[in-house]
Design a protein around this ligand. Structure first.
Ligand code: FPP
Length: 246
């Protein structure tokens, strides 16, 4: 079984993004409520953050709550928000100690005020950390993000702040929630589902995709390493030919 030591430190993905899926099914398999799966999902979050920091990954982005997740039963949404607040309180010291900086993407204003307050506190306290940037996607939807970028740019065009001929990819990037992040290099999705579910659609244009048939609460160091080793064995051509790369 591979461990963190087997990863080539010179060929790391700069930005790893994860769709953490399968908490509910993990709990169901054990005859428990879905909430039990989310509680154990938090442990997998802690493990993954710690392992990515140890590997010196620069950016880790986790899909923690989508815009569509608001449609789940009220009690499940409340539990997820409570878990978020409790985890932020509990992990602030560890994040700080490991030089990790926290950030968010998504419609943060739609979160309960307690969650917003806790997030602001951790984001402010870790703002000067220079190790890994951990980004939580909360109330996040990629189409919503793109729509809001288009609106902002259109408004600036209308007010003669930008001229249409100057709209390029860089301008679009600066209007996305992710303006402080590089493109995703490796996107991992757990639980065996092979879809993107409205996550970072613009930012994964050239990402390597890795789908693994393991529910999120069981995602371990070994699974993370397998994903990175798979990434390291792929040839990223960005539209060029193999010969051009060599
Ligand atoms: C997907 O499993 C998971 C989520 C929608 C939430 C992820 C949240 C956590 C891991 C806990 C809180 C997060 C942080 C950052 C502290 P699912 O419920 O969709 O599972 P299913 O597909 O089996 O139903």
């Amino acid at each position: 079984m591979h461990t963190l030591e087997d990863v080539d430190k010179h060929k790391l993905p700069q930005h790893v993004a994860v769709i953490m899926d399968g908490n509910g099914r993990w709990a169901k398999q054990r005859g428990k409520l879905r909430v039990f799966g989310h509680e154990n999902g938090v442990e997998a979050v802690r493990r993954t953050v710690e392992n990515c920091a140890k590997l010196q990954i620069s950016y880790l982005t986790l899909y923690a709550f989508s815009t569509e997740n608001w449609n789940r039963p009220k009690v499940e949404v409340e539990t997820l928000m409570k878990l978020l607040v409790a985890s932020l309180r509990k992990e602030l010291k560890t994040l700080h100690k490991n030089n990790i900086r926290l950030n968010t993407i998504g419609n943060i204003e739609s979160l309960p005020s307690k969650a917003q307050k806790e997030l602001t506190e951790v984001i402010t306290k870790t703002a000067n950390n220079s190790g890994m940037t951990l980004t939580l996607a909360l109330s996040y939807g990629s189409r919503e993000e793109i729509k809001s970028a288009v609106k902002d740019i259109a408004f600036k065009v209308k007010n003669n702040i930008i001229s249409p001929e100057n709209i390029d990819e860089a301008v679009i990037n600066t209007h996305l929630y992710t303006h402080f992040l590089p493109d995703v290099d490796l996107l991992i999705r757990t639980s065996g589902e092979q879809r993107i579910s409205n996550f970072l659609l613009w930012q994964i244009a050239y990402a390597e995709l890795y789908f693994i048939d393991v529910f999120w609460p069981d995602f371990s160091e070994h699974h993370l390493v397998e994903a990175i080793l798979s990434y390291q064995n792929r040839e990223r051509r960005f539209g060029k030919t193999s010969e051009q790369l060599n």
